[in-house]
Design a protein around this ligand. Structure first.
Ligand SMILES: Nc1ncnc2c1ncn2[C@@H]1O[C@H](COP(=O)(O)OP(=O)(O)OP(=O)(O)O)[C@@H](O)[C@H]1O
Length: 479
């Protein structure tokens, strides 16, 4: 098991009013914020306090391709290698989370991490047909503290609030549709179908503001491709577009949108609490406090390789929001996960191996029989013919026909069959005796009451019968 630190990148949204307080050092991967402070009611002294936040990388004016290469590519490669991966975007409303994750559909070059990840996974599937890669996708949203499937097979199903459960140490959503997809186009078709069902609403800072946290997941199964050591890796890539935190007086919302904003802020503060508890090494981490933290449990501390992309709006007007996002990022930066390659035996290959082993064992037995001078013995299932020949022999044996004083044993399958046939004979004999007793005027009760003492047709238990049979058989057995 490899412990790996969560990688944290910062993406600054381009602005026509860039903040004079924000300074990026690209070489050192740090951002410095010079904070204005008031002293003793006097005039504000600019830049008398500085905060420096280190990141794994800071992206300021890079294109979408560079963002994918810098932040997401390695996680997608790790998922193809059998690890679970999660990429999350986090930040205030309108800061560019959806732009980073989904992209802008107006221009192909503006496509985001999701379409690029899908493209990379299917490129691998096409390039390595021997790996037999299979892909399923799911798409859900956490809206107002409920989990909803964005890919309902029937439209009615969209209203069902799903349950997140822990299964084998990993979080699973019971009843979530997982669509099998063969091509990049099919996967994107489902992604766009889910996008249509997402909850969005306009407000002062964003015309298409996400009102829910969305998770698009790709489940990838891949065969090792080595004939002798064939196994399957089974991994998943979670692409998470979190809803943005918002200050209600800035977004100027009311009614449903206000209620949504309050629930978004609440779930994000639960996320901060969970991250704080993990960072402090507290014994109890409150993952169960909200649907979002339950969903992100693996990503924050479990079997997963995780990347967080913090999006920020680098304008003076939003300095408070930016500082609080940067602080959150610093806590996440120190979280460690325990990612392992998720291997399992290939069921089809295991079956093929057993068939081969059985065939080899049969050959071994045949060779041993030949060397010890035994007649050729079949170890296959008994045929109907063999069965009726055995039945006849048992009847002759029980009837004490001349010359039939033993039943030769050939193999274990035959022994099992003999027990069944003896039982069959015994049941038939018992039926005949009951009939005889009835004909002589006694009912079955008479038979049952006296059979143990007077008519000794069934001494001891069935097991004892079987043992006796074995004893008899053993005397003559010629293994
Ligand atoms: N880096 C960027 N380059 C160009 N345009 C951007 C960038 N980031 C964001 N935008 C634009 O800003 C607007 C808001 O961005 P986006 O919807 O991605 O914000 P968001 O963080 O997802 O907001 P919300 O939390 O409200 O959903 C969009 O029109 C988007 O195209």
């Amino acid at each position: 098991m490899g412990h790996c630190r969560v990688k944290v990148h910062l993406r600054l949204r381009p602005s026509c009013r860039p903040s004079t307080a924000i300074h990026v050092d690209h070489a050192a991967h740090t951002i410095r914020i010079d904070v204005l402070k008031q002293h003793g009611g006097g005039p504000p002294k600019p830049y008398n306090d500085q905060m420096v936040f280190p990141f794994d990388s800071i992206i300021q004016s890079s294109c979408q391709e560079a963002v994918f290469e810098q932040c997401a590519r390695q996680v997608v490669e790790d998922v193809l290698g059998g690890y679970n991966g999660t990429i999350l975007t986090y930040g205030q409303t309108g800061s560019g989370k959806t732009f980073t994750m989904t992209g802008d559909t107006k221009a192909y070059a503006h496509r985001g991490i999701v379409p690029r990840a899908v493209e990379r996974i299917f490129a691998e599937k096409v390039a390595k047909p021997e790996a037999g890669i299979t892909v399923h996708v799911s798409y859900l949203e956490v809206y107002n503290e409920g989990i909803y499937d964005l890919l309902p097979q029937r439209r009615l199903a969209s209203a069902v609030n799903l349950v997140a459960m822990e299964d084998n140490g990993l979080i699973e959503i019971k009843g979530l549709n997982k669509m099998h997809v063969n091509t990049e186009e099919e996967a994107m078709k489902y992604f766009f179908e889910g996008e249509r069902h997402r909850s969005v609403a306009p407000h002062a800072l964003n015309q298409m503001s996400s009102r829910s946290h969305c998770v698009f997941t790709m489940f990838v199964e891949r065969h090792s491709g080595l004939r002798t050591l064939q196994e399957v890796t089974s991994s998943k890539l979670n692409l998470v577009d979190l809803a943005g935190s918002e200050r209600l007086k800035r977004t100027e919302v009311g009614g449903t949108t206000k209620k949504e904003a309050m629930l978004i802020n609440k779930s994000l503060s639960f996320l901060e609490q969970a991250v704080f508890a993990l960072r402090q090494g507290l014994g109890h981490v409150p993952f169960r406090q909200s649907r979002l933290t339950t969903l992100l449990k693996d990503a924050l501390g479990g079997n997963c390789k995780t990347v967080l992309i913090v999006c920020a709006w680098a304008e003076d007007f939003f300095l408070d929001e930016t500082i609080s996002a940067l602080r959150f990022a610093q806590r996440v930066k120190y979280l460690k996960t325990s990612a392992v390659i998720n291997k399992k035996a290939d069921a089809a290959n295991t079956q093929r191996r057993y068939v081969r082993e059985i065939s080899e064992l049969k050959q071994e037995l045949a060779l041993r029989d030949a060397l010890t001078g035994r007649p050729s013995i079949s170890y296959d299932e008994l045929t109907e013919e063999t069965r009726s020949a055995l039945r006849e022999r048992i009847q002759a044996f029980l009837a004490e026909e001349a010359g039939i004083d033993s039943i030769p044993i050939e193999n274990f399958k035959q022994v099992k069959e003999l027990f069944c046939l003896f039982k069959e004979a015994q049941v038939s004999l018992r039926g005949e005796l009951e009939k005889l007793l009835r004909d002589y005027g006694g009912g079955p009760d008479t038979f049952l009451n006296h059979s143990q003492h007077d008519v000794d047709i069934n001494p001891g238990s069935e097991e004892a019968d079987d043992e006796e049979c074995v004893g008899e058989l053993d005397k003559e057995a010629c293994f």
